[in-house]
Design a protein around this ligand. Structure first.
Ligand SMILES: Nc1ncnc2c1ncn2[C@@H]1O[C@H](COP(=O)(O)OP(=O)(O)OP(=O)(O)O)[C@@H](O)[C@H]1O
Ligand SMILES: [Mg+2]
Length: 442
């Protein structure tokens, strides 16, 4: 008796996902659109169509893998593929093999070292770090002539991988070696999923009732805001402005965050009202102090009053025994040392970013400062210390750290206190003086 695999009836977005052929295909955005349903079917169809195909489906943790995929796949592939629990894989009659896996910790990913998969699917891709995704890409290779390797991603905004998913599929901001035509994004919305809407109409109301930021992420699939975002007041329309020439009489200053792995330097200016404008940035990896100073000075005008740097740079360097502040000074960039108390610093930054009654924040950033603009909205709350920013992913913290040091060096961005109108001076009458004298005396 032959068994027929029932794909079901995909909605139009799921069909787009099925038909996409790029090297990297992401299906994501809002909750409930039918992404998990679609990825299971896509992988099963590929396995059935191409003999001896090797497929890997990953979720970040084992319980998520079980609930979302293992149990449904066991049902959907019953009588079609054989499941073996020892290595969590389904083997199809044509020799194709779909392996299910998870990478709870950052290093779990190395269990896939040396393995080759024609297809790799990352479910809830934003739960994975960029390093994990990059490593998996190296396992996605094939010597087949009839199939070119593909990676599939399903995702909602938020979580530790928000930044890399947004960069590749939403901002489409590519680095050297990445080809824009390799990346396709298919947006998902709950409205696409008519099966769910009919069976469970109150699910939409649940999404509508979420707090505003979560609602924007989970109902609208808005990648500019997400659960866990630290600076929820961030609004690119208000905080990012077109560059303009900085008037000569404004105060200018710099701030740096320095580590051997990355230098972030920001240039800021303060207007007559004490508002700050970040007008330039320079962020570079693997730079020794002398080269960092050279690059900073080349990009400066000489009008900068000072350069703020964190207190930890005064500690003696393990390699040279010399405090890095001294090396900076010897190379021509004396630093004005500021506090690196994190929670107070982030609170201070939140004050500067707050949208005031006039509809504007006290801190604005020139559109040309791309790294800072990219990183600030991606900062997340530390799960263990919610008042602090998470230190992962590490690559997005440098420019915000430099900004934190700069703001620590500037007066607090409070509103000017309202001044009571002063009534013109009129000396008290004799009766007033007399009554206050008697009141005082009783
Ligand atoms: N084309 C379809 N036919 C039948 N049922 C479907 C279809 N698409 C999705 N569903 C069902 O709709 C529900 C939600 O789909 P699914 O879990 O795939 O959404 P999702 O986008 O992965 O959600 P989340 O963002 O919460 O992970 C599930 O019960 C799924 O089985
Ligand atoms: Mg899902």
């Amino acid at each position: 008796m032959s068994v027929v695999y029932d794909v079901g009836k995909p909605n139009p977005r799921q069909l787009d996902f099925f038909r996409a052929r790029a090297r990297h295909i992401a299906y994501g955005g809002a909750r409930g659109g039918g992404k998990s349903w679609a990825i299971r079917r896509k992988l099963s169809m590929l396995a059935l169509y191409y003999p001896n195909l090797r497929l890997l489906l990953l979720r970040r943790t084992l319980p998520e893998l079980k609930e979302n995929h293992l149990l449904p796949l066991q049902q959907e592939l019953h009588g079609i593929a054989t499941y073996r629990d020892s290595d969590k894989s389904f083997t199809f009659p044509n020799g194709s093999r779909l392996k299910l896996g998870y990478c709870d910790s950052e290093s779990d990913i190395f269990q896939y070292q040396g393995q080759e998969y024609d297809v790799i699917a990352m479910e809830e891709a934003t739960h994975f770090t960029e390093a994990q995704q990059q490593f998996l890409t190296t396992c996605n290779r094939s010597t087949r002539k009839d199939f070119t390797p593909r990676m599939y991603y399903t995702c909602n905004p938020g979580n530790v991988g928000h930044a890399w998913v947004k960069r590749l599929f939403i901002d489409r901001d590519y680095r050297e070696g990445e080809h824009p035509e390799d990346y396709v994004f298919i947006p998902a919305k709950v409205w696409d999923n008519t099966v769910l809407l009919e069976a469970n109409p109150e699910y939409v109301r649940t999404l509508e009732a979420l707090p505003p930021e979560l609602r924007r992420a989970h109902l609208d699939g808005d990648w500019n805001v997400f659960a866990g975002q630290f600076f929820t007041s961030w609004d690119e329309r208000k905080h990012v402005i077109d560059p303009f020439p900085i008037p000569d009489h404004w105060l200018r200053f710099r701030a740096i965050d320095y580590g051997l792995d990355r230098l972030a330097c920001l240039w800021g200016a303060s207007d007559e009202g004490g508002n700050i404008y970040i007008y330039n940035e320079w962020c570079i990896s693997d730079t020794i102090i002398s080269d960092a100073v050279k690059g900073i000075l080349e990009r400066s005008t000489g009008r900068e009053l000072c350069t703020y740097g964190p207190k930890d740079l005064t500690a003696r360097s393990r390699e040279t025994g010399v405090p890095r502040t001294e090396t900076f000074a010897m190379c021509g960039l004396p630093l004005t040392v500021v506090s690196n108390t994190r929670i107070a610093g982030w609170n201070n930054m939140a004050e500067w970013l707050k949208i005031r009654e006039n509809g504007q924040p006290r801190l604005r950033i020139f559109r040309t400062c791309r790294e800072l603009i990219h990183c600030l909205p991606l900062l997340q709350h530390d799960e263990k210390k919610p008042d602090d920013v998470a230190i992962e992913p590490h690559n997005i913290t440098h420019a915000p750290d430099a900004l934190r040091y700069m703001l620590d060096g500037r007066p607090l961005a409070t509103e000017p206190l309202p001044v009571e109108p002063v009534s013109p001076f009129a000396p008290p009458t004799f009766e007033e003086q007399e009554s206050s004298f008697f009141n005082f005396g009783t």
